[in-house]
Design a binder for this molecule. Structure first.
Ligand SMILES: Cc1cc2nc3c(=O)[nH]c(=O)nc-3n(C[C@H](O)[C@H](O)[C@H](O)COP(=O)(O)O)c2cc1C
Ligand SMILES: Nc1ncnc2c1ncn2[C@@H]1O[C@H](COP(=O)(O)OP(=O)(O)OP(=O)(O)O)[C@@H](O)[C@H]1O
Length: 146
C-alpha cells in the first residue's frame, strides 16, 4: 500500500455478529483505503453487559469479513496505544457509540496524533424480524431456547 493511502480505524465489541456490524464496517472501509478494526477487550466493556464470546473469537470473526484489512485486540489499559501504532487518518465512531467526537479529538491532539473523527450512520431493519443488535439477539435466544 502506498504512503498516501488513507488509513481508517473502526472499533467495537462485535460479540454476536449481525448486518448492522457489516453496515458499519462497510461504511468505515469506504472512507479510506485500509481498514483496521480494534476489538474491545472484554474487561473494558463496562457500559453494557460483557461479551459472551472470547476476545480472540470476536477478533477472528471480524478479521474474516470482506471490508476488513486487519483486526486486532485493543489495548488492556490505554485505548490510544493501538491508535498511536496504526497512525490513522480517520477514526470512525459507530452511530450509537457513547464516545463523543470532541472528547476523542481533544485526546488525539494532546498526544500529537493528527487524525479526523467521523460518525457512521445507523442501519434500520429491512424486513420484519431482522435483528440488528447483539443484545436483542441474545434476548431472543434466551426467550426461545432457555
Ligand atoms: C478510538 C477508540 C479506540 C479504542 N481502543 C480500544 C482499545 O485499545 N482497547 C479496548 O479494550 N477498547 C478500546 N476501545 C473501546 C471499545 O471499542 C469500547 O468498549 C467501545 O465503546 C465499544 O462500544 P460498542 O460496544 O458500542 O461497540 C476504543 C474505543 C474508541 C472510540
Ligand atoms: N444497526 C446498526 N447500524 C449501524 N451500526 C451498527 C448497528 N449495530 C451496531 N453497529 C455498530 O457496530 C459497532 C459494534 O457494535 P456493538 O458490538 O456494540 O453491537 P450492538 O449490536 O450495538 O451491541 P448491543 O446490542 O449489545 O448494544 C458499533 O460501532 C456500533 O455502532
Amino acid at each position: 500500500m502506498s504512503d498516501d493511502a488513507t488509513t481508517v480505524i473502526a472499533q467495537g465489541t462485535f460479540d454476536v455478529l449481525h448486518p448492522g456490524h457489516l453496515h458499519y464496517l462497510r461504511e468505515a472501509a469506504a472512507m479510506g483505503d485500509v481498514l483496521h478494526v480494534i476489538i474491545a477487550r472484554r474487561e473494558n466493556v463496562t457500559h453494557k453487559q460483557q461479551p459472551v464470546l472470547a476476545d480472540r473469537q470476536r477478533r477472528d470473526m471480524i478479521a474474516a469479513l470482506d471490508p476488513v484489512d486487519s483486526a486486532l485486540l485493543g489495548d488492556r489499559e490505554d485505548i490510544f496505544v493501538p491508535i498511536e501504532r496504526i497512525d490513522p487518518d480517520v477514526i470512525v465512531l459507530g452511530h450509537d457509540q457513547h464516545h463523543d467526537e470532541a472528547g476523542i479529538e481533544h485526546a488525539l491532539t494532546e498526544r500529537g496524533i493528527d487524525c479526523a473523527v467521523a460518525r457512521a450512520s445507523g442501519r434500520e431493519p429491512e424486513f420484519d424480524d431482522e435483528l440488528l443488535s447483539t443484545g436483542r439477539i441474545i434476548e431472543r435466544i434466551c426467550e426461545q431456547r432457555c
